[in-house]
Design a protein around this ligand. Sequence first.
Ligand code: SF4
Length: 308
Amino acid sequence: MTLSKPEVVALLEINTSSDACSYLRKKADEAGRLLTGNKAYMWGAIGLDYAPCPANCDFCSFGEAWGLIETEKIYTLPAILAKVKEYVDNQVHFIVLRTTQYYSLDTLTDYVQTIRQEVAGDYEIVVNVGEFDLPTANRMHAHGVEGVYHAIRLREGVDTRFQTKERLDTLSAVKQSPLKLIHLVEPVGIEHSYEEIANRFLCSLEYGVCISGIMARIPVKGTPLGEMPRLSDEEIAKMIAVLRLSGGKTVEHICVHPASELAIQSGANVVVIETGAIPRDKALITGKWLNFDYVAAKRFFEENGFII
Ligand code: SF4
């Protein structure tokens, strides 16, 4: 059973520093551990192309119009294979290949097939790409893609140049295919109302989301939203707790990005590690973003009693 919109909004309205919020986070933590068998997962993203994107979303460092990318970098297959292997060798379960909007899906699909041949292990490949139709979704699945990260962003069509309809069409293609849908509520900032957040979460349930969660908007200087501060970890942890309790058994995994210990004590069981091209940073990241790597992620989980 999932909660109704008024119920989700009412929980989000709980004061973040109140005893009620501590209780909410505690109950969400208990519910998450019960539902997942106390299992936690690392999500390892690789940004494949550090390049200007003509879609110009107001929060994204890649927007061509913001002129933040000085020297392009497109990762080659051998470099991608090395990064995938590093993640898999370090227990990262979700290998996420992320691109800008118009990266070739044919190239990506070929890469996935090679990754599957070259890197043994218990992992799932997720792609985070532009729009696609059902035949493409089926083809990606046939080549070894297990899931797709795709989101209707908060204020889609206002802070982005997309129409919600075209993003929904891609979500429909995912729903009709064997691919899993991963859709966080994002990019959440101080500008969004609780109603907007509830709407986005409840909409993702209609498309069968299996990993939900909260991704904060990170202000990147030089982008239109670059001067708007990010939300506190406390507020994000509360939202994580609300999503965990609102999704019931329908949504098994709840992800938080950027990670905080408070969030994984509030119902989140998936955290993100990132390398390469990252829309939250104007620099190309050759290590791990904010130095949050699998060692730090494992420590968070192990110190809080999770099984990775
Ligand atoms: S968020 Fe995606 S679509 Fe928008 S500018 Fe960045 S890469 Fe392009």
